[in-house]
Design a protein around this ligand. Structure first.
Ligand SMILES: CC(C)(COP(=O)(O)OP(=O)(O)OC[C@H]1O[C@@H](n2cnc3c(N)ncnc32)[C@H](O)[C@@H]1OP(=O)(O)O)[C@@H](O)C(=O)NCCC(=O)NCCS
Length: 322
C-alpha cells in the first residue's frame, strides 16, 4: 500500500501592506466595519511582482524545508485563478525557474478551494504509484482582479503564495482528501474572463472584476465548512475529538467562528491568521498550514482537518496527520 505525507512547507507574501484605514482612500469604509465583519486588519498587495514570483519564493522555501534536491520532484501543480497568462501556466514557468526536470506541470482553477484540489490530485497520483514527490502550490494576486471602487469586495482580498511538498510514505499521514463543485449558482462569486462578442469587430475588451453576493456566499460557506468536516470524519470512522485542530480557508473570521460553534469545536483549536492577510484565495490554505507549522500551532503527530470553499462554487477538505 502506498501512503503519502507532507515533508515541507513554505509561504511568501509581498512586502506592501494596506491597512483598513488605508482603504479609506479608495472607498467609504472604516476599520471598525471591516474588522467586526471579517476579522481583517491588513492585507499584503503586489506592486511589481506577478503570481509566478510569489509562487517561486514560496516553493523555494518549501523545497529547503523538505531538505530535498529539486531533481527529486516529479509532479508540479499550481492552484490559481490569477495566472499571469492564459498560457503558459504558472506551473510551466516555475518548472524552468526552479530548475526542475521536464516533469508534468499544470495549473488548476478551483477558486479558493484550489489548494485542496491540487492536494487531492497529487495525493491520488502518488498513491497510484506513478509519481513519488509532488510540489503543490496555491498562488494568487487577487488584488489585480479587485474593483478598488467596490467596498463590498475590495476590503476582503490580499495576495500570497503557499507551497507544500508531499511524497510517497510508509505511514498513512494524508489520510483522506475530498472535493466537490456545483455550477448552478456561479453568479454568487464570479469574475468573467475577456468577453468578446464578434472578435473581428470588437478586438479589445476590458478585464472584468470580482463580483460577489456576500450574504449568500456567507450562508454557503457556513453550511459547507461544517458539512465537509463531518463528511470527512464519517468517511474515516473518526469523531471531532480525534482532531487536534482545524485549519480552514481564511475568508472571514465570522465564518470560522460560526462553523466552530455549529460543530461544537473549540475556537482555540481553529487556526486564525486572516487579520494579517485577508482572503488570499487558493494561497490561503497552504499559507495557513505553513504559518500554523512555523508558529508551532501544528505539532508533529497532530491530526487536523484542512477545509476550503470558494467560487464555482467549490469546496474541499483533507484529514492529515502531520
Ligand atoms: C462581505 C460581508 C463581510 C458583508 O457583511 P454583511 O454583514 O453581510 O454586510 P452587508 O452586505 O449586509 O452590508 C451591510 C451594510 O454595510 C455596507 N457595506 C458594505 N461594505 C462595506 C464596507 N467595506 N465598509 C462599510 N460599509 C460597507 C453595505 O453597503 C450595507 O449598507 P446598507 O445596509 O446601507 O445597504 C459578508 O457578507 C461576508 O463575509 N460574506 C462572505 C464573503 C466571502 O467570504 N467571500 C469569499 C468566499 S471564498
Amino acid at each position: 500500500m502506498i501512503y503519502t505525507k507532507i515533508i515541507g512547507t513554505g509561504s511568501y507574501v509581498p512586502k506592501k501592506t494596506i491597512t483598513n484605514d488605508d482603504l479609506k482612500e479608495f472607498v467609504e469604509t472604516n476599520d471598525e466595519w471591516i474588522f467586526s465583519r471579517t476579522g481583517i486588519k491588513e492585507r499584503h498587495i503586489v506592486t511589481d511582482e506577478e503570481t509566478v514570483d510569489l509562487a517561486e519564493k514560496a516553493a523555494i522555501i518549501a523545497i529547503e524545508d523538505a531538505k530535498i534536491d529539486p531533481s527529486e520532484i516529479d509532479l508540479l501543480l499550481v492552484a490559481t485563478v490569477t495566472p499571469d497568462n492564459y498560457f503558459p501556466g504558472v506551473s510551466q514557468l516555475l518548472q524552468y525557474r526552479l530548475g526542475l526536470r521536464e516533469i508534468m506541470a499544470f495549473d488548476v482553477n478551483a477558486a479558493c478551494s484550489g489548494f485542496l484540489y491540487v492536494l487531492n490530485i497529487a495525493d491520488k497520483m502518488i498513491k497510484s504509484g506513478a509519481y513519488k514527490t509532488a510540489l503543490i502550490i496555491g498562488a494568487e494576486t487577487l488584488t489585480r482582479l479587485t474593483d478598488w471602487r467596490d467596498r463590498n469586495t475590495c476590503v476582503l482580498f490580499g495576495d500570497a503564495a503557499g507551497a507544500m511538498i508531499i511524497t510517497k510514505s510508509d505511514t498513512n499521514n494524508i489520510k483522506d482528501v475530498i472535493c466537490g463543485a456545483r455550477g448552478d449558482v456561479d453568479d454568487l462569486l464570479i469574475c468573467k474572463s475577456v468577453d468578446i462578442k464578434d472578435p473581428i469587430v470588437n478586438a479589445a475588451s476590458q478585464q472584468d472584476h470580482i463580483h460577489m453576493k456576500g450574504s449568500e456566499v456567507f450562508k454557503f460557506a457556513t453550511r459547507i465548512l461544517p458539512k465537509t468536516v463531518n463528511d470527512l470524519l464519517q468517511r474515516n470512522d473518526m469523531v471531532l475529538d480525534d482532531l487536534d485542530s482545524i485549519v480552514a480557508h481564511q475568508a472571514n473570521e465570522r465564518i470560522i467562528r460560526k462553523a466552530a460553534k455549529d460543530l461544537k469545536f473549540s475556537m482555540d483549536k481553529m487556526f486564525l491568521n486572516i487579520s494579517h492577510y485577508g482572503n488570499t484565495s487558493s494561497a490561503s490554505v497552504p499559507l495557513a498550514i505553513d504559518r500554523a507549522i512555523k508558529t508551532k500551532f501544528l505539532k508533529k503527530g497532530d491530526i487536523f482537518i484542512t477545509v476550503a470553499f470558494g467560487g464555482g462554487l467549490t469546496w474541499g477538505g483533507a484529514i492529515i496527520e502531520f
